[in-house]
Design a protein around this ligand. Sequence first.
Ligand code: ADP
Length: 513
Amino acid sequence: MKNRFLSQHKLCEPIKVKAMRYILAIDQGTSSSRCLVYDQQAKPVAMAQQAFSQHFPQPGWVEHDAEEIWASQSAVVRQAMQQAQLQPADIAGIGITNQRETTVIWERSTGKPIYNAIVWQDRRTADDCLRLKQAGAEAMVKAKTGLLLDAYFSATKISWLLDHVEGARAKAERGELAFGTIDSWLVCKLTNGELHITDVSNASRTLLFNIDTMQWDDELLALFNIPASLLPVVKSSSEIYGQTRNPEIGAGMPIAAIAGDQQAGLFGQLCINAGMAKCTYGTGSFLMMNTGAKRVASNHGLLTTIAWQIGDQIHYALEGGVFVGGAVIQWLRDGLGLFEHAADSEQLAGSVADNGGVYFVPALTGLGAPHWDPHARGAIFGITRGTTSAHLTRAALESICFQVDDVLQMFTAESGTPIAQLRIDGGAAVNNRLAQFQADISAVEVVRPTNLETTALGAAYLAGIAVGLWTIDELKQNWQVDRSFHENMPPLEVESLKRYWLKAVERTKNWAE
Ligand code: ADP
């Protein structure tokens, strides 16, 4: 009976005429606010971008005006919707991705920030971190959060605000203030103050979130002297949290995803299984490896972080950053004037058969993962009378890959999982020579997708999943490769290149004492 009913029901079902629905990705970055609109096939159909002011009130301090961040973000949302000729009712969901760790505190009653946002780059609390380290707190902090005790993360920025803005601590004790990373701030504005939330990926960058229990941690809150009343509710990275209520952008759009920028990038590259890794080749190089449900601790200065949570499934990741990546090409261009455009580096490097024995260690601002030496400085080794600007350029491009390889080796060593494929994006990922050299020395398949806007794409993917617009399997089919690079270099040559590279790295260390 039941079966007959079902088959009859199917026959009678009217053909659904479904209007095209769209996903809005809000990509709030360190230097600009962007908004991208994606159609039902996850294809971008509109994009708007607006830069905002950077404030440097003292050496080492970096601030943003949180109201200006919102003004620029809401402007680009309006522009992108106008470009695509969409109304709020056409939007199936909004995905948010954001600069991480940047800290805002606002009054709950008015929604007004009590001070500028303190940006992730800001070093004002470096001495506070040092004091806590000297008091022996780092092991506990690292065990609970997967992070290092560093000014980069939010906790000491929150304490600084409570201690330096008049009346802030008393107000916080009375529960009158709210803390948020930029995602929380945007959701507050989008919902006219209705929601005070963040997602696990952003929470995991605050130094206050225990990544095993998935809770704010009392011991950490006590260490940094932060009242729990400040904190947002922590949600998964892909669910409908609520609806927009702000008339500046339109009401009734479901807010359906939140993820920090690097994590969203990892998802946008569909590195959704353990062992998959991505590298963003921008000014610096940012690597992340999905370690699945397993939290991998690092003994070599990599960070352990939450990649995302979908439903009750949590993915962890290892993260490593290289300070100077594409910036070394910028330096050859602007500092030495070797060529006019960054893209010219590819042809110039290709005009010689090899690096001619030249190795360039671009420790221009010290060395990041996995060498960690703030006192290292840049150096070029192996110069002879035959060295030309082409060799120098080739060595510079190779240095980007050597540094990435050092992090990849560490990922493999610490996770025990070999990386078979590296998915790449960022401004320098268009350089074929760079991509090929990476494949050669790292013995991995290097894959460049057609859509290099992976951060916004990741936020859109997560939002589309939450609202049922697509499944992960459908996204896999949709995701397109522009080009794959396979290793094609004799092992002896690889071994020799890496030996010289590591020798060069050692000689740059501890230079600026
Ligand atoms: P960010 O987001 O960090 O500002 P982008 O992702 O826009 O950086 O990448 C810009 C960086 O990439 C610059 O440092 C530039 O020198 C480098 N770059 C851009 N195009 C190329 C290229 N074709 N080859 C090598 N490097 C490049």
